[in-house]
Design a binder for this molecule. Structure first.
Ligand code: NAP
Length: 311
């Protein structure tokens, strides 16, 4: 569908659809480039720390077992920590570690004044209780925002760490001028890691979207999504969101990651959706890099909360 047919000057997303500054897909949708924004965030942190005399801001990661994708995720996080001029520490534990040993390792990090952020790579191998481990994290060090206390703060609208993936989605929308106030949003997926905090963030005062939480029992998901100015897809189902889900001019953000016979795929059928959407995240290169960018941001604010930054 030609861009001119997507509503009067992009009724929902005037800033996106009128801007010529951003790269676009062949169908005319603005590409919300997560790698570019992540790199801006990382460079900004480096500059900030340099200006503060390079205090040692430390992110500690805990990885249990030898799951290859988890190892890659953790390695990528360490790489970005280094680029941001922060320091990292890694605790690797065997898959058969006991709950007590894991909890002891996390408690050590929680008590170490030189560690500011702690990330426990999930999922943990079967038999280990992730919630009990996460709840050992002091809220200041909970840079993934997944503990009960961090979640409670998010619900109450109080300051605290927000889970990195939904925060990354919000940052992308801000950066690319997606309007949220008074707009309707549909989030597909209701996990505590992504969908639930995403809906809370979209509905926050100041963001002011009217957000619907959709899931596997939602009746006629395509029709629900077609009403939305913003779609955040976090179902983990390759190609779920096709052009018929999308209102012309809508912003579509793809969180899903599925490993298929054809390689890694998102929840959004990019080829068809880019011809209708006003703005779209690429896959890869969209929300994934932003998760790491926001982890870096949360680690810096952890150090600030703990009084580890001068001034
Ligand atoms: P999850 O805990 O498995 O939750 C998936 C959610 O999607 C559930 O609420 C489920 O509904 C819903 N769902 C599944 N199939 C659906 C369908 N056909 N229609 C509507 N809803 C459907 O997964 P998660 O941890 O939230 O992760 C979601 C996806 O995001 C995964 O692919 C994951 O790999 C990816 N992810 C990406 C990043 C990133 O950085 N980009 C970060 C984290 C996760 P029910 O509740 O009814 O079962």
């Amino acid at each position: 569908m030609p861009r001119a047919d997507r509503g009067p000057a992009g009724a929902s997303f005037s800033r996106v659809t009128n801007s010529e500054e951003f790269e676009r897909t062949p169908g005319g949708a603005v590409i919300m480039d997560g790698k570019r924004l992540r790199d801006e965030i990382v460079a900004g942190i480096r500059t900030k720390l340099d200006g503060l005399g390079n205090p040692a801001v430390c992110l500690a990661t805990v990885l249990v077992g030898d799951d290859k994708p988890s190892q890659i995720y953790v390695r990528n996080k360490h790489k970005k920590v280094e680029e941001a001029a922060m320091v990292s520490r890694h605790v690797g534990l065997p898959a058969d570690v006991s709950q007590g040993e894991l909890e002891a390792a996390v408690t050590d990090l929680a008590q170490d004044p030189n560690v500011h952020g702690i990330l426990v790579q999930l999922p943990l191998p079967e038999g280990l209780d992730a919630e009990r481990v996460l709840d050992l994290l002091p809220p200041e060090k909970d840079v993934d925002g997944l503990t009960e206390r961090s979640m409670g703060r998010l619900v109450r609208g109080r300051d605290g760490h927000v889970p990195c993936t939904p925060l990354g989605v919000m940052r992308l929308m801000e950066r690319y001028g997606v309007e949220t106030s008074g707009k309707s949003a549909v989030v597909i997926g209701r996990s505590t890691l992504v969908g639930l905090p995403q809906v809370l963030l979209l509905g926050r005062k100041g963001v002011d979207a009217t957000a619907t939480l959709a899931h596997s029992r939602t009746t006629d998901l395509a029709a629900v999504c077609r009403e939305a100015d913003i779609i955040v897809a976090a179902a983990g189902m390759a190609g779920l969101v096709t052009a018929e889900f999308v209102k012309p001019g809508a912003a579509v953000l793809d969180v899903g990651i599925s490993r298929t016979a054809d390689g890694i795929q998102g929840d959004v059928h990019f080829e068809s959706v880019q011809a209708v959407a006003g703005a779209i995240t690429p896959m890869p290169g969209g929300t994934g890099p932003m998760t790491i960018g926001c982890l870096m941001e949360n680690t810096l604010s952890a150090a600030r909360m703990l009084g580890a930054l001068p001034g």
